[in-house]
Design a protein around this ligand. Sequence first.
Ligand SMILES: Cc1ncc(COP(=O)(O)O)c(C=O)c1O
Length: 417
Amino acid sequence: MTYQAELAKVPGLGEDALAASNNATWTARYGQALMNTFGSPQRVLVRGEGCYVWDADGRRYLDLLGGLAVNSLGHAHPLLVSAITAQLATLGHVSNFFASAPQIALAERLLDLVGGSGRVFFTNSGTEANEAAFKIARRTGRPKIVATEGGFHGRTMGALALTGKAVIREPFEPLPAGVTFVPFGDAEALEEAVDGDTAAVFLEPVQGEAGVVPAPAGYLAAAREITERAGTLLVVDEIQTGIGRTGDWFGHTVEGIVPDVVTVAKGLGGGFPIGACIGLGRAADLLGPGSHGTTFGGNPVAAAAGLAVLHAIERDGLLENVRTVGTHLRAEVLALGHPLVRGVRGRGLLLGIELAAPVAGQVLSEALGAGFIVNAVNPDTIRLAPPLILDTTQADEFLAALPAVLDAVGTAPKETR
Ligand SMILES: Cc1ncc(COP(=O)(O)O)c(C=O)c1O
């Protein structure tokens, strides 16, 4: 028996309901029902397949944002859909008094990939993974934490305290104490800031929210050396960069370092919410019984999603694909020689197109109008974080459209968002 007919009666689920409405009516309803934390949505999306999505007006878009570095396998990937539905149909949730096979297997798999002996704490999001890392840091007994200017670690109060973007942090102060910030990429400043009272250093291999800013060569290795010397934990936030996004499983491996804690989320579930705080060495055992918890973290369905994503990345050679398509995109954007393009930053399929003027919002609007989803991460940077399955032909669709998109900026009406 299928429940399709019954589901059709559920407002918002039935295809008829979707077909009867459009972007404008859904957006108006959104404006009435949702807290205004994100502004008005650019479009209301109803369907996705591979690297494409469709909006409520029936328009198709090439998704070069991938749900903000989340949809690693694109949309409606058959393996991911099968893993999630099969697990949900078998065992959808257990409390933390019990365990499930996918949860255990995913923890083992992540430890294999990180390449150290350790333990995993599962969460539902990136910010929660960093909260767990923060609590690990506190359990060292040391009072101080060092994080980086421009860094972003999440919106909950602990992760916010670690976030170097004052504009999103300061309205919520007072936050957990003891955090100081150093300029990102400056090893000397880091060395000066870290001492025997420093519990942990938090940093990203590529600062995504700051505008796709990669750590300069040698910085991660220096951070490892400095923290090791001081007996300080090195926490690498791989929430945006991890799980293949940079063309390696993790962004930090480019410098051959082994951190004490690695946090992941976003791409791990391919769209199903899951995060993980991976503690290595002594960091694996700093949270003991009763010191931390979660109702949903490590849920079997989320863990099944994670296992399917990791399997597909390996089976389909997606790390290699990320490197190939990322290199192609970068080279060809630069080869356009467009006066609005000043450069391209980033690694793999996490790229920031640096603009010569603060018109990223207008570029976004023009791109959307031409059928491409991109992100204006700051006024002069367009961020691309497409599914890891993006192929060269699809990248070329964007490259072919980009000159006209950029040409239109300046004559375009001001974008809404
Ligand atoms: C580097 C980094 N850390 C943490 C987070 C927070 O993750 P979430 O939004 O899943 O809480 C993000 C989200 O953008 C991120 O990019």
